[in-house]
Design a protein around this ligand. Sequence first.
Ligand code: UDX
Ligand code: UDX
Length: 483
Amino acid sequence: MMSRRNDQGDAGIRITVVGSGYVGLVAATCFAELGHSVICVDNNQHRIASLQQGNVPIYEDILPELLRKHVGQRLSFSSDLATAVKASAAIFIAVGTPTAEHGEADLSAVQSVIEEIADSMDGYKIIVEKSTVPVQTSDWIASILLRRGISRTCFDVVSNPEFLREGTAITDFMHPDRIIVGTNSNRAWEIMSAIYAPLAEGYYYAAGSSVPGRCSVDQTPSLIRTSPASSELIKHAANAFLAMKISFINSVANLCEAVGADIQEVALGIGTDRRIGKGFLNAGIGYGGSCFPKDVTAFCSVASQFGVDLDLLVQVRQINSQQRERFITKIRSTLGSLRGKRLGVLGLAFKGGTDDVRESPALSIIASLLQDGCTIVAHDPVAITNTQRVLQHQALAYTDDPYSVANQADAILVLTDWQEFTQLDFVEIKRRLKTPIVFDGRNLLNIDTMSTMGFTYLGVGRPLITCPTPHRLQMHSIAAIAS
Ligand code: UDX
Ligand code: UDX
């Protein structure tokens, strides 16, 4: 079972991944790419049927190629969890853990999956938490299995958090900074080591067809063994720390606006200190997505259950929501009353590179602006369909053509950091706009180019650029928000 050279015909470890969402589908596909035999199970039969037909349910770079390579070979999809459990040595849980009523993680999906697994256990298996769960969940999972009559010698629960980012999920999985395995069992550690051996020992990177990235045969990711509780905390603490970095830089950006400094320069200056690091210092309209908002809230909640005050993170959340409000205020004070105005929006996804709109700052900003009585035309390269499912309004139209959002608009709003937006022909955009104003909520565009082209440009924490030619803009309002 533990042999290594899976690329030489060995079927690797037999793995079940429960959940075919962003986390589960990517993990299942990547385990197959590492040479293991994988069954990806979901209780959504429609989703499974669609995956079996070769459809790719999410927009994720490299995923379609890897699915084409492995489905029908080492990767299959099923809604029959019992059969998959019996066929597997390791079962990864990747079902959703949304926010419950009081901020804690809702573990009901995890519980029902564990109960179903318990009913199908037929020998020693490891149950691996891939979903983000609160500390001590592994003990809770073990207690469910024991309650359902599974002998303590027949299973181990392992925590193996996933750090992949949507949009770069496959590369993040195959080229991780580290792999965390939280277990007190040597038997479970051996299986987990065998699962990740192609990465940790580097032979995956030697294969000609390996997914390209920063790791190599000589530079392999470390496999870090911890206790289950430490591993569970690592995941929450990592996400909370990154969210804190974003709220920190957003606070400094607000100060930059007040004093006329440029947050891009400040971020470069502090990020080049290796102790701080350059990542996650992009100021803007704040973080969104399926993880940071949920995990920061759940981390606060779990800490308070144990009598520990994580007030710092309460501030992080507050700053994050204020950041959206500040951006909306900036639009209102620049354009005056929004009633009857027309705004063009570039970007709906919670960040570039994905079609995911869960907790997207773009959507909450659009919803607020619509309440002010304006009309909005919005474009996103891939997230329109998902947005239409959750945001319908008679004054909101969607377009596949990024240039159309500018037609007779009073301003353009950049709300997602899609790199393709930087390649747009802004001469053409300016020609179509009623007034050449850009509110860049992601600091995506080049400030000098915008200035040279004659735009009034308002980023986040960047110097205010005003259009040299007079237009209907209320300049006194701009002075007010810059001070
Ligand atoms: C989710 C969480 O957001 C993340 O924090 C966690 O770490 C992993 O799970 P994601 O993959 O984006 O990440 O979730 P989602 O897209 O909701 O997918 C979960 C899948 O699990 C769905 O396809 C759902 O049908 C499936 N599921 C849910 C089951 O198969 N069984 C269940 O009992 C519940
Ligand atoms: C995050 C974590 O990065 C990942 O490790 C974890 O497994 C899941 O949660 P993800 O939600 O896919 O990944 O996206 P991420 O790239 O972290 O961005 C999260 C949000 O923060 C986005 O809305 C993004 O636009 C925002 N962000 C990110 C900033 O506003 N500034 C930054 O500098 C970085």
